[in-house]
Design a protein around this ligand. Structure first.
Ligand code: PLP
Length: 411
């Protein structure tokens, strides 16, 4: 076992929250063997996986298109694809959109195609799949640099010193571990100033955060149209990547980009040329999901925000450390160094709570802990129960105390 997989192998061998087989679901509860647990590990932020309107929309499309087109996009795309690309272009207010099956495939295929022998500057906390795309590009001649997350001075130095062109900065939108929303305007200003492209993966923001308005029901903004609109930015020199596998509960991903770049990727991104497409059921659930988003999205996000504040407010009130500066539904709770992740996960399990474990090296050693994702399909009673369990863990010293600059209790 190598140093990089040792801790994860430990979880695989000894934790019931790793590699579980789920026997049954009932709303946001799951049954694993004889135990029913509340699921805080799914990223179905809007709860659309359980939405009757969406479930009913699948069968008519299957009757029309069969289960799977099985053409790569280069060969042909069911009409559903251009329809979705148009709708998404409107929702994001982007110049154009290209759909591909997954974000991982996009990073691996698109980052090398865009950068060729230029310079990639990657944020240190960017998602592992961005890193893989960058490493692949480096293998094909690109230069790869990293800057500490949030350190715009270091980023500016790297932008100034980059000689191999083009230059592209790659980062997460809503961060997958901390839930934080980066200050995209600052990054966009810097990258434009140095003639670089900004490549942003907003897997966790899509469907959750959106454009701001004076009458918005929550600080998530409206319409769930992702980080570029949320930060009031334009798409000039920004490529937005997002997916439907989280808030929209479907297997499909997208790039928001200029039409000229889209056309270039149609001949240069292996995923477009050679990978199989998303199943028809996924295209159908995205289509119905966009309908639901138009009709009820802001309502679902309001419920989601309320539950999130209930949890974060409780943690902050107890003085427990989380990685969250923003109030998104991705809540990472590091555990105390004297406590063991497997022991904590067993306590959560015994109390009927199923979470995502965050071992090293997925997170730095002082952030080892667990992550809770809230969804619009959770109930107030479920969050109350979770809060009780977290109170017990905090009382027993299993959670870290908040560090001084962290926010105090919310009311
Ligand atoms: C930020 C981020 N990017 C990419 C991915 C992978 O997305 P996909 O399953 O569409 O490949 C994830 C999944 O967790 C993610 O959190």
């Amino acid at each position: 076992m190598t140093a990089t997989t040792h801790d994860i192998e430990d979880l695989r061998l000894h934790s019931r929250m790793y590699d579980a087989v789920i026997d049954e679901i009932d709303g946001r509860r799951i049954r694993i063997g004889a135990d029913w647990l509340v699921d805080w590990a799914s990223c179905n932020y809007l709860g659309l996986d359980l939405d009757e309107e969406i479930i009913e929309a699948v069968e008519p499309q299957l009757r029309r298109w069969g289960t799977h087109p099985s053409w790569s996009r280069m060969l042909g795309s069911p009409r559903l694809y251009p329809q979705l690309e148009e709708r998404l272009t409107d929702l994001l207010e982007a110049p154009d959109v290209l759909l591909l099956p997954t974000i991982s495939q996009i990073h691996l295929g698109v980052i090398p195609a865009l950068i060729e022998q230029g310079t990639l500057i990657m944020e240190s906390r960017a998602h592992r799949t961005i890193y893989d795309g960058c490493v692949f590009a480096r293998g094909r001649g690109a230069t790869l640099q990293r800057f500490r997350s949030g350190d715009t001075e270091e980023l500016e130095r790297l932008l100034r010193e980059a000689t191999a062109r083009p230059v592209m900065v790659c980062m997460d939108g809503v961060n997958s571990m901390t839930g934080d929303v980066p200050d995209l305007q600052t990054y966009a200003r810097l990258t434009r100033q140095y003639g670089a492209l900004l490549y942003v993966d907003d897997a966790h923001g899509m469907g959750v955060i959106g454009e701001r308005s004076h009458d918005e029901p929550t600080p998530y903004g409206r319409r769930g149209n992702a980080i570029v609109r949320h930060c009031g930015e334009t798409y000039d020199d920004i490529i937005l990547v997002g997916g439907f596998s989280k808030a929209y509960s479907s297997l499909l991903a997208f790039l928001a980009l200029p039409t000229a770049v889209k056309n270039r990727l149609k001949v240069a991104a292996p995923t477009y040329l050679y990978s199989g497409p998303s199943p028809v059921a996924s295209l159908a659930t995205v289509s119905a999901g966009l309908d639901v988003n138009e009709k009820r999205g802001d309502e679902l996000r309001t419920h989601l925000y309320r539950l999130t504040i209930k949890l974060l407010g409780h943690l902050r009130g107890m003085g427990v450390h989380t990685l969250n500066k923003d109030d998104t539904p991705v809540v990472e709770i590091p555990i105390s160094p004297e406590h063991d992740l497997i022991e904590v996960s067993e306590r959560l399990w015994a109390a009927g709570q199923y979470v995502t474990l965050a071992p090293y090296p997925g997170v730095p050693r002082d952030e080892i802990g667990f992550r809770i994702q809230l969804t619009a399909a959770h109930t107030d009673a479920q969050v109350d129960d979770l809060n009780r369990v977290l109170t017990e863990l905090a009382r027993d010293g299993a959670l870290r105390p908040a560090i001084p600059h962290q926010r105090g209790p919310v009311d």
